[in-house]
Design a protein around this ligand. Structure first.
Ligand code: WT7
Length: 634
């Protein structure tokens, strides 16, 4: 497919499209949307009310996103490779599926879903490792109008059960097990454990990835390969309304349980394609690789939907960056001739720490654009990436966005425009970010930090939080009237480039993954020996932020080390290994105000190792506790 008119090709062109998009957003996005396959065109481009969080794009339009990802490409590009899958073990054979093959597999999987009672509007939980069937599963749901809710396969049974129950999922798609580096994990067993407390699920479809023995519950569990034998490959796409749900994806906030962010079909489709082509400067026949997991939004938009909508070849990797050695990423880039490479700062820092020799032995000649996402990238990591991976030849696109935004919001567009380490850059066309002061007033002073908010809707923004619209209003639209509030702090330089500072709420960003401090505290408090806890983030060399937990113990049974190990174990059970506290300090009390509010500012400072300026502690309920905490800091 040739590049459409909205694929930016110079900085001037960007500026031109940007001003068009702001002057007349409806005309701009209406024109972009024209290039997709619609069963029926929309009645209006955008209707919105930020106060009620009511947003619609391409109202009454009818489409199916998989027709745009697959069918649309078949006549001219049916034999082009859509998906390359690189297994964990480099000695295992890779998989390459053309658009025709992928289309066929999606249709057959979709028929399996239908045969097993799944229909339009049903929620399907997908708990699968990075195997090619995961991409097929996601698209199969979209094909028949089922709503996918992908849960990262590193989450615990508890966390999975919470997400299944919240969305009342009818079906779970999973695998027998998974391989990641040297680890082998019995995925199906996690599902079985979760389902002990989920009554909404009546079917489980299991993909065979290993040869391990798996217990199948009669009447509930079926093997995908056996079901596929019973269906054909004819599966017409379900016509969907633009505003029908496409997927739910759970993410953490500062309060309560993770919430299900809801994305809908039409706007998400338009923006996934638009942002993919522009940020990565995708050209026909490029090979594109995003190293994220499809369990996160990055994988949804920039492994599955964006690249396939654009007719690209997308690479999917089962393993980890350090297996069998820390050159694996670069070996894969050379093996397939990857042109665009998209990864996380935490991975860059981890590989940087392993020494330059692992990257220097690969040519990386094919690379054109390299990107990062998930957290601020520090200068040292930026330069390492730029010099050793990009060979000072490839632009680094530092892409800022969120699960809620559905697609990249602020970033350079390939090499069009200035690049500056630690600055994400300019907003994409159609995106109107502003900085607000504490009173909610917009300001434009350079180098002054403020709250990052967006003042006009964009097509791929969240529509609601599943099952609780008021929570969506409260979290995103009521802090500042008339704005979508991101939860991030940011500043702008004299040229208007944005630098993202980090979260301003109680969210910790660990290796690019979000956790609410409350969520981790809840998990820790489940341990019967724990009376109370307070969790804060602290700077961590590899993860960006680490998790520091202050824990008050009651009815102590174990010694310190055993107790710490048990607390970690509780968090692993409640959330998963990814939320393990890095440091646990056992304390006899927490610094609280007289009204009982925990002074997190003090806890953050101590966790950062800075006890010089703790501010006025005299108003605390028990000022002495600060000395104890400072002295016991880890
Ligand atoms: C939060 C969103 C978007 C996919 C991955 C994370 C932080 C994200 C950047 C960046 C600085 C970034 C923000 C944001 N973040 N990208 N390029 N520079 N910070 O999605 O889990 O929804 O997290 O990640 O704090 O709010 P997410």
């Amino acid at each position: 497919m040739e590049s459409p008119w909205y694929r930016v090709n110079s900085f001037e062109h960007y500026k031109q499209l940007y001003s068009q998009s702001v002057e007349n957003p409806d005309k701009f996005w209406g024109d972009v949307a024209e290039s997709f396959r619609w069963r029926k065109k929309w009645d209006s481009v955008c209707e919105w009310d930020f106060n009620q969080a009511n947003i619609s794009w391409f109202k009454n339009g009818k489409l199916n996103i998989t027709e745009n990802c697959l069918d649309r490409h078949l006549s001219e590009n049916g034999d082009k490779v859509a998906l390359i899958w690189e297994p964990n073990d480099p000695k295992e054979k890779y998989i390459q599926w053309t658009y025709r093959e992928l289309h066929n597999r999606v249709c057959r999987f979709a028929n399996v879903l239908k045969e097993n009672g799944c229909k339009k509007g049903d929620v399907v939980a997908i708990y699968m490792p990075m195997i090619p069937e995961l991409t097929v599963a996601v698209l199969a749901c979209a094909r028949i109008g089922a709503v996918h809710s992908v849960v990262f396969a590193g989450f615990s049974a508890h966390a999975l059960a919470d997400r299944i129950n919240d969305a009342q999922a009818k079906m779970v798609l999973t695998s027998d097990g998974l391989y990641r580096g040297l680890k082998e994990i019995p995925v199906k067993r996690v599902v079985d454990e979760a389902l002990l407390i989920c009554s909404s699920v009546s079917k489980v479809v299991v993909v065979q990835r290993t040869s391990w023995a798996v217990k199948m519950k009669p009447g509930r569990d079926v093997w995908l390969h056996e079901e596929l034998d019973k269906v054909d490959s004819d599966c017409p796409a379900e016509p969907m309304d633009s505003e029908d749900m496409l997927f739910i994806l759970y993410t953490s906030g500062s309060t309560g349980k993770p919430k299900g962010i809801v994305h809908t079909c039409g706007g998400y489709m338009v923006y996934a394609d638009f942002s993919f082509r522009n940020v990565f400067q995708y050209d026909e026949n490029d090979i594109y690789w995003c190293t994220a997991d499809i369990g996160w939004v990055t994988g949804h938009t920039y492994i599955v939907y964006g690249p396939l909508l654009s007719g690209a070849t997308t690479v999917m990797f089962e393993g980890v960056p350090t297996y069998p050695d820390p050159g694996r990423f670069w070996q894969i880039c050379d093996k397939y001739g990857v042109n665009q490479f998209y990864t996380a700062p935490t991975a860059i820092r981890a590989l940087m720490a392993q020494g330059d020799e692992h990257v220097l032995s690969y040519s990386l000649d094919s690379l054109k654009v390299i990107g990062t996402v998930g957290e601020p990238i520090n200068e040292e990591a930026w330069y390492w990436y730029h010099v050793h991976v990009g060979k000072e030849r490839c632009p680094v696109v530092d892409t800022w966005w969120q699960t809620e935004t559905g697609g990249i919001m602020i970033s350079a567009l390939g090499d069009h425009g200035p690049h500056k380490p630690t600055y994400a850059g300019y907003p994409l066309p159609g995106i109107q970010p502003v900085l607000l002061d504490g009173e909610g007033n917009e300001f434009s002073d350079s180098d002054k930090e403020g709250y990052l908010a967006i003042k006009h809707p964009w097509p791929s923004m969240l529509r609601t939080t599943y099952g609780d619209h008021q929570r969506c209003i409260n979290t995103y639209f009521s802090h500042y009237n008339g704005y979508y509030f991101t939860g991030d702090g940011a500043k702008r330089d004299e040229n208007g480039m944005f630098r993202i500072i980090g979260r301003v709420d109680d969210v910790i960003n660990v290796s690019g993954h979000r956790f609410g401090t409350a969520e981790i505290e809840d998990a820790i408090n489940r341990n019967p020996q724990v009376a109370e806890s307070a969790v804060v983030g602290y700077p961590h060399d590899i993860k960006g932020q680490g998790i520091y937990a202050y824990v008050i113990v009651r009815d102590r049974i174990d010694d310190d080390e055993v107790l710490r190990a048990e607390i970690v174990e509780t968090v692993v059970e409640e959330i998963g290994k990814i939320a393990k506290p890095d440091k646990i300090q056992l304390v006899s009390g927490l610094p609280k105000t007289r009204s009982g509010k925990i002074m997190r500012r003090i806890l953050r400072k101590v966790a950062e190792g800075d006890t010089t300026n703790l501010g006025d502690t005299s108003t605390l309920l028990d000022p002495k506790i600060v000395d104890e905490i400072t002295e016991g800091a880890i």
